[in-house]
Design a protein around this ligand. Sequence first.
Ligand code: FPP
Length: 242
Amino acid sequence: MSQLPHHVAIVMDGNGRWATKRFLPRIAGHKQGVDSLSRCVKACLERGIAVLTVFAFSSENWNRPSEEVSGLMDLLVFALAREVPTLNAQGVQLHFVGDRQRLSGKVQDGLAQAELGTSNNQRLIFNVCFNYGGRWDIAQAAQKLASRGEVITEQSLDRAMALAHVPDPDLLIRTGGELRISNFLLWQAAYSELHFSDKLWPEFDEAALDEAIAVFRARERRFGQTSAQLGGQNHRHKEKVA
Ligand code: FPP
C-alpha cells in the first residue's frame, strides 16, 4: 500500500509509567503527554494526515485516584488555554467526543469555546475523546435513534455515532506496549489497521509515527475481499470516505 492513512487514531498509553520511572507524580507524565500530543499534531499536519483522533480520558478513568482525575481535568483546561491559539494558527479544527454531562461547568465551557474558536479551520480535524467509551458511543447512538423512532440499521447507527463527522480510522496506534483496544472506537475500528508501539506516550516522537505509517503502507487492506480481487490495489473503504 502506498497511501497515507487519512485518519489516524491513537490510544496514548504510558504517561504514568513514564513519570514513575523518573520518581515523579503521575500527573507529571500526563503533562509530558500534552507536549507529546502537540508534537504529534504538528507531525500529522506536516505529513498531510487529514484526521487525528486521540483517547485522552476514558469512561473508566473516573475510577483512578481522585487527585489524578482532578489533575487531568485541570490539565485539560490548562492545555486548551495554552494550545488553542497555536492550533488555530495551524488550521486545526477541534472536536471533543464523549459524554460531557459529568464534566464540570468550567470544563464544559472550555470545550465549547475551543470548538467554536477553531470551527472554521480546515487543515486537520482533531478529535479529542474525553469521557469517552466505545460502548457509550454505541449505546448513545441507539438511544438517539430509539427516541426519534428511527429504524436501527448499520447505516443509521453509523450516522448517529459521535464520530459521524469523519470517516473511520485507517490506522489505530496504541503506545505503551499493551495489546488491547480498551473500549476505544469499538464501532469505527472494524477495519482499522492496528499498530502497537512499545514506546511510552511521552516518548512517541516523529520517528515512531513514521514507523507506524510505514507499517500501515506495507499492509494490504482487503475489507473482506481476496487479494486477487483487489489486484494488488488497496481501496479506500466505505461510503463515508470521499
Ligand atoms: C494513559 O496513560 C493516558 C491517559 C489516561 C491520559 C492521556 C492524556 C494525555 C496524553 C494528555 C492529554 C490530555 C489532556 C487532558 C489534554 P496511563 O496513565 O494509563 O499510563 P500508565 O499505563 O503508564 O499508567
